[in-house]
Design a protein around this ligand. Structure first.
Ligand SMILES: Nc1ncnc2c1ncn2[C@@H]1O[C@H](COP(=O)(O)OP(=O)(O)OP(=O)(O)O)[C@@H](O)[C@H]1O
Ligand SMILES: [Mg+2]
Length: 359
């Protein structure tokens, strides 16, 4: 039976000189999913993509595609076309010839080339533009040519390295939707590299968050946002308030933790196994905090509002608590309500997420 795992990376390491760029990457990617590699500049996203495509050979570890070990195969034998940030179209070739290029290299019969290129062009809605040259097309159209060039190869997996980064904001959003629709309609497996967290959250089935060449977390957008495994992930995606706490009681998935000057406690769920006495971070998103009296059992904190910012759908408040730590609270749909001075903040217990300090 065909395995559901299309790409399997085992302990992949890549070193450039004395720069250890990829550190023990272990990752399994399912067929038909949209996966995003997310992380700041220089964390190794492109290096890993190139190692999958075969432009780099790994120094240690194994790359498996479709149950085949491909460590020693060159790019054209791996079937993993890569779309580069700058699209890398041939400027002197027509759109048709650009898309046909990979098939011509394989010396496919002319009739088959014609038919497959036309099919790929229809998929990306470029029919009729066969004789244009890349410089006669918009950025979005060029991006689709690059996609068609990958699609025409009938490859099991398509690798996209920040393909939208040189489009303007509006076009970028349009192409983003088109790309996701195409991926779902055709059941493609796509690995998409970006350092834009919104792009990652909105397009992906799964996100891989990179931290200096290692994977900090692999999960769905919801898991990454609501259940970050490390402080780095919580900090990188969206905005988070952190406060130190100590585990007082731990039973199954429930933990009671003590926090703040007054030694308040709150009982919350935690998927991670916690040990009594262990130091942890509590995380709470700005949109989960309310400026109001806490109800029994809720997370609570007092603070002084230092400043605020009206952002239309919400007002963002910047506060300082009793020990001088900063807090951000977002108040939504507030109309004329405006808070000032010394206030109570609170959050429902299911909005409090625990991160182990050892992660
Ligand atoms: N061919 C190379 N030779 C030497 N060092 C390299 C090479 N390619 C990348 N590096 C180094 O490896 C590290 C990771 O680079 P990489 O291009 O993978 O980062 P990235 O996550 O794609 O960043 P960005 O978001 O800026 O594209 C960097 O320190 C970079 O300088
Ligand atoms: Mg890169």
């Amino acid at each position: 039976m065909e395995s559901n795992i299309l790409l399997d990376l085992k302990n992949v390491n890549k070193v450039f000189g004395n720069n250890h760029v990829l550190k023990d990457i272990n990752l399994q990617i399912e067929r038909g999913k949209f996966i995003t590699f997310l992380g700041p500049s220089g964390c190794g996203k492109t290096t890993l993509l190139r190692s999958i495509a075969g432009f780099y050979t790994v120094d240690k570890g194994e790359v498996w595609i479709d149950d085949k070990l491909v460590n020693d195969l060159p790019p054209y034998k791996r079937g993993t076309p890569m779309v580069f940030q700058e699209y890398a179209l041939f400027p002197h070739m027509t759109v048709f010839d650009n898309i046909a290029y990979g098939l011509d290299i394989q010396k496919r019969p002319e009739g088959e080339v014609q038919q497959r290129v036309e099919a790929a062009m229809a998929q990306v809605k470029l029919t009729g533009l066969e004789e244009r040259y890349p410089h006669e097309m918009s950025g979005g159209q060029q991006q689709r040519v690059a996609m068609a060039r990958a699609l025409v190869m009938n490859s099991p997996i398509i690798l996209l390295d920040e393909p939208l980064s040189n489009l303007d904001a509006k076009l970028r959003e349009e192409v983003r939707v088109e790309l996701r629709t195409l991926q779902q309609e055709l059941g493609l497996t796509v690995i998409y590299v970006t350092h834009d967290q919104l792009e990652a959250l909105s397009m992906s089935d799964y996100i891989v968050v990179f931290n200096k060449g290692a994977i900090d977390q692999y999960g769905t957008p919801h898991e990454i946002y609501y259940e970050p495994r490390t402080q780095y992930v919580a900090d990188f995606i969206g905005t988070t308030n952190f406060i130190d706490a100590v585990v007082e009681k731990s039973e199954g998935e429930m933990a009671t933790v003590r926090y703040g000057q007054a030694g308040d406690t709150v009982t919350v769920t935690s998927k991670e196994r916690l040990i009594v006495g262990e130091e942890v971070h509590l995380c709470v998103r700005p949109e989960s905090l309310r400026i109001r009296q806490p109800e029994a059992g809720e997370f609570k904190m007092t603070g002084i509002i230092k400043s605020s910012m009206f952002l239309g759908e919400k007002e963002r408040y910047f506060l300082v608590d009793e020990v001088g730590s900063e807090w951000i609270v977002d108040a939504y749909d507030i109309g004329k309500t405006h808070f000032e001075g010394f206030v109570q903040m609170s959050a429902a217990t299911d909005k409090i997420h625990i991160i182990k300090k050892s992660n």
